[in-house]
Structure formats: C-alpha cells, structure tokens
Design a protein around this ligand. Structure first.
Ligand SMILES: [Zn+2]
Length: 141
C-alpha cells in the first residue's frame, strides 16, 4: 500500500535525507540511457532538416517561416519535439549530477524505476502524473 503523502518536502531536501534517490550505479545506467537517447536525437535532427540552421537560438522565428510551407511545417514540428526532448534530457542529466534524479518534483517520492526506464526524462511519479493530467483535462488543455 502507498503511504499517504502528507509532508511536503522539497525534492532536493528529500534526496539529501535519503542520500540520493538511487544508487550511483543505477544513476550511471540512466545517464548512459539518456546520453544514448540524446545522441540518437541529435543524429536524427541533423539528417531531417539539413537546409535549416541547427542552432537552437534560431528557433523562435521558425514558426513564421514554417507557415509558408506545410511540408516544412510538419518537419519542424517533429524537430521542435526533438529539441524539447533534448532539453529535457539535459535537465535529467543535471538532476543525475545533483542527486535529485528519479525523485518526483511534486511529492518528493522516488519515481518507479520501471517508469524511469521507459521515460528517463520524467520528473513526476505516476500518481502525480495522473493528477496533473486530470487537472489539465479539467482546465481544458
Ligand atoms: Zn509524485
């Protein structure tokens, strides 16, 4: 049974208390997983839109350019998703460094390892994720 989460401790404090969310070995495994995902994404990103600048700084005005060509628009949307994922991967790697990786940023509980393996960039445990989705639905997002 899940314990009721009543105490709100920040993820960082919690990580310190428990000496990190996971063992160093496990954290390193996730680091490798994240790095290989990032490598894949970057490799793919290079090949998909080679006529476009790869510099992330140029993305804000790409929406204007994309509206001109629908095909390009699709490519950019994929590209944009990949770019966002790369950012998330970088954040996850940072969390591995500061020892907060694998800790839910809402409730401070450890995130299920199976969930992390399926989606290592996640910052929410399954309970909080469900809760978040429910709230988003209620707000009509
Ligand atoms: Zn949570």
């Amino acid at each position: 049974m899940m314990a009721k989460k009543t105490v709100k401790t920040s993820a960082k404090e919690k990580a310190k208390e428990s000496g990190g969310a996971m063992s160093k070995r496990l954290a390193e495994r996730f680091r490798k997983l994240l790095l290989s995902q990032m490598g894949e994404l970057m490799g793919k990103a290079e090949g998909t839109v080679d006529d476009l600048v790869t510099d992330n700084e140029n993305f804000p005005d790409l929406t204007d350019r994309a509206s001109a060509e629908t095909d390009l628009n699709f490519g950019l949307r994929v590209r944009d998703r990949e770019r966002k994922l790369i950012i998330k991967i970088k954040e996850a790697l940072k969390r591995i460094d500061d020892g907060t990786f694998g800790i839910c940023e809402v409730c401070g509980e450890p995130i299920d390892h199976k969930r992390l393996e399926a989606r290592p960039v996640t910052t929410l445990c399954i309970d909080c994720k469900i809760e978040q989705e429910r709230e988003e639905k209620m707000r009509g997002e």
